[in-house]
Every structure is written in C-alpha cells, then in structure tokens.
Design a protein around this ligand. Sequence first.
Ligand code: FES
Length: 259
Amino acid sequence: MIKKELMVVTKQEEIAKHIFQLTLKGDLVSEMGEPGQFVHLKVSEGTTPLLRRPISISKINKERNEFTMIYRAEGAGTQLLSKKQAEDVVDVLGPLGHGFPIGEAKAGQTALLVGGGIGVPPLYELSTQLAAKGVKVHHVLGFQTKSAVFLEEEFSKLGTTIITTDDGSYGYKGFVTSAIADYNLEYDVMYSCGPTPMLKALEKQFGNKPLFLSLEERMGCGIGACFACVCHTGDDIHGTSYKKVCSDGPVFKAGEVVL
Ligand code: FES
C-alpha cells in the first residue's frame, strides 16, 4: 500500500563524485518488498516547497525498519537532499510502481543484471533477493569514469561483477553490451536499469531471451494521475495506446513499450 510519511535520516554519505547514499527509517518500510520500486521525495527549505523527486530503492532492511537509496545531486531538490543529516526528516511517498519480476528467474538458473550509472542502485536489492532464493547472479555495471563508480564491492559479494567505463579509466573500456559479448556471459534472464540508449541497445541485441527493463522517465505525480510519464506500447500501430511509467512500470518486459 502507498503511504506518506515523514521519515528520519539515519545516515547519509557521498559514495562517488556527486553520488549520495541516504538511509531513512520509518514504518513505510513495512510496505516495501519488490525490488525496482521507487519513492517520491519532497525536499523543502524554509517556505520554498519543491516538486517531489522520484528515487529508486536500492536496499530494504525490514529488521531495522530502514531503506537506502542512491541518487545523484544535480538539481536544486537533490542538492538540498544531499545536505540532510542524521535525525533530519524527509517527506516520503511510496513505495511506488511495479518492480522487477524476480519469479522469472528460478533457483539454479542464472540472472544477468545490467546497470548504467544512476540506474545501478535498484539492481542491488534485486540481486540480493535473487541470490537469497538460489539464483546465480552476474552483474555488468557501466559508468562514465572511475570517479563515478559505486557499489562494486557490495555487488561482488553477491556474484561476478564486471565494471565498465566509457573512458576506460577503470575496468572494461566500452559499452555494457560489448562487455556482455566479450566476456561471453551465459544467463537465463536479464534485468536492466539505466539510460534509454543503453536499454535500446540491450533490447536490440538480447531481446530474443527473457529481458526486463526499468525505465528512467521524467515524472510528475508518480501515482498515475498526471500523464507526464506516458510511453507508447510496443503493439501500438495507431499511436493511441500507452502505459504510464510511474504506475504500470517502471519495469517492463522488453518490447512491451516503445523505448
Ligand atoms: Fe504522473 Fe506518471 S508521473 S502519471
């Protein structure tokens, strides 16, 4: 069930250049479970309320009533958010959307998780849940450059982890798609989150096998009411049929929507 709560900051740190990891505590965590869902945050300073910002959930800790998210501080809202310290409160709406279908990968099978930049975080909770149910996990995580890399150690504890950078300053030089081919990675199901050009390339090259994509779309309300996030469906020949990324997604099966 979607709830709204003033959640308490328990920890915040900068884990890569302009990339922050924020942990919040509150009852809303009891509603979380599906990897790939997101929350909508409102950050305000003084009397200036800013629009809510959608941020994906990267880790759920039910025992501690905490969840963690990772975001890039780039606009006014996220920069304000990055200033929050332990004991501060944040207005959270969530959990929102439909996440990754973990049931598509069975125990004993192999899942390949492919992330790009700020699309990497939701794959961490996904990988944790897949590994816990006996699915073997491989990760291919793409970043622009060495200073932008994060969570490598955490992912490595769960399974094979290949880091790629666009400029070759760390790990494999080049796109995630070429790394998958060069390393000859075998898998049964692929899950991905990242920028649209990356998702398009994956769909083109690997769409013949089970593939689930999480879209990063500009959002307004986050709850299916404003139409700011619509995209057309794959079988839409007249351009009239659409899905809302915030409430029908953000995760779709490859081919379900036009990227
Ligand atoms: Fe408003 Fe999706 S963000 S309908």
